[in-house]
Design a protein around this ligand. Structure first.
Ligand code: RAT
Ligand code: ZN
Length: 416
């Protein structure tokens, strides 16, 4: 039976979005059997680097003093400054409230110790089950760093992640600062030079092949600066051309480029100290055009690049745009970007990823994004109804499944 009224449409869209299990295609979460790498709980939630940046605007405590405190002291300080002394209305602050509320905690008490106590005693596995159920997430895509000794110990011992958690081979050092990465490659037993020589290419290709075998990743990924250019006469570009692109192609893996992050514009803030810049997307066009047998997943950090990226996706089907990344993951910008994407690409994109660093955050990141995606879809379907198009509920469910899960798996060429 076709949908007849706007309120039936609203119900169908919001219910489809709530019921559709999500594939979260970019997170910083880890399988629970990866030990301390997986962060979760109230103190981690409060010390999220987005909130560290925000607390520094009110606090007289210098960053190095703050970072010298225990995690619990840091969380106490952030709670006091951002939640008690001022109303928590920024997106990252509101996210803490959405999360605590969904976990069943009473926000009227504002009793941080009670919130800590309510989660103490849970195992990581129990908390993973609960949080993924609350957020309705079926698949979590990780960010796995082959230069991290903890990750090396896990993967090289042949361990496998929980089947809901999928690896991604993250290779920033190779394409962002190859010359500094070379000694680390030699430490891992790869015979490479500091510069982009034939010996380096061979060593890096062997490194990538080995890690693909150990991890079995869904894709390879790097965060790139606004100054990223390709082609270019630099070691980074040579490694991309001679190693990353051919190995991605050989292994059938997309290369995810997250473009626009400027590392440590305020180094004292550490992880909270990165900024952004507008990227030159003609390099993305070059890659998509000149490497038609490679696939590219792309997201951009600058608001100013969003429209241009959508235009590129219209031109190249080996380019899949995804998510509203980091500084554009705010309601006003998510809505703007999602509307533009729908209007120019229909349903052929991946609207969101959480970028969660703390397990509990997937609750708020997805609750907030689902509401915005729902609002945009209701508007667009309502316009179809007005034009005389008869919409079936099953068609809405199909479209929502494409957005929240299937477009990703189809692009990878894998079935779930
Ligand atoms: O969003 C973030 O937490 C950033 O710090 C980055 O990790 C970014 O998402 C990235 O993947 O580089
Ligand atoms: Zn990220």
């Amino acid at each position: 039976m076709p949908i007849g009224t706007i309120s039936a449409l609203e119900e169908a869209v919001h219910e489809s979005l709530a019921r559709q299990p999500i594939t979260d295609i970019h997170t910083h979460l880890y399988s629970p059997n990866m030990g301390n790498l997986l962060l979760w709980g109230v103190d981690e939630l409060l010390t999220y680097h987005y909130l560290v940046a925000e607390v520094m605007r009110w606090s007289d405590t210098p960053p190095d003093v703050f970072y010298g405190w225990s995690k619990q002291q840091q969380a106490d300080h952030i709670w006091q400054m951002l939640f008690v002394n001022h109303s928590p209305i920024s997106e990252a602050q509101r996210g803490v409230l959405t999360t605590l509320q969904a976990l069943g905690l009473d926000l009227t008490t504002r009793d941080l110790n009670a919130y800590r106590a309510a989660l103490a005693g849970l195992t990581a596995e129990q908390h993973v089950d609960r949080v993924l159920a609350l957020a309705n997430i079926a698949h979590v895509v990780m960010t796995n760093d082959p230069f991290d000794p903890l990750e090396q110990a896990f993967w090289q011992a042949g361990h496998k992640p929980d089947p809901r958690f999928h690896p991604v081979l993250r290779i920033d050092p190779l394409v962002r600062g190859y010359n500094q990465a070379a000694p680390q490659l030699r430490d891992q037993g790869y015979d490479v030079d500091d510069d982009a020589t034939e010996r380096s290419f061979q060593g890096v290709r062997r490194f990538l092949r080995d890690w693909i075998q150990w991890m079995n990743p869904l894709y390879m990924a790097a965060s790139l600066p606004p100054t990223f250019r390709f082609p270019e006469t630099s070691a980074n570009a040579a490694i991309l051309r001679e190693c990353v692109l051919p190995i991605c192609r050989e292994a059938g893996l997309p290369f995810a480029m997250m473009i626009g992050s400027e590392r440590l514009i305020n180094p004292a803030l550490r992880l909270a100290g990165d900024g952004l810049g507008r990227a030159d997307l003609s390099s993305v066009a070059y890659l998509a055009r000149e490497y038609p047998h490679n696939k590219f997943l792309v997201t951009v950090l600058s608001r100013e690049n969003q429209h241009e990226l959508i235009v590129l996706a219209r031109k190249f089907s080996n380019l899949m745009i995804f998510g509203c990344w980091w500084f554009v993951n705010n309601p006003v910008i998510i809505e703007d970007i999602t509307r533009m994407r729908v209007e120019m690409l229909g349903l052929s994109f991946i609207p969101q990823h959480s970028d969660a660093r703390i397990l509990d955050q997937v609750i708020y990141k997805w609750a907030h994004s689902r509401a915005i995606i729902g609002k945009v879809l209701v508007d667009k379907y309502a316009a179809l109804m007005q034009a005389g198009w008869r919409l079936e509920r099953a068609e809405i469910e199909r479209d929502v499944a494409d957005l929240l899960s299937n477009n990703f798996w189809r692009f990878l060429g894998r079935s779930i």
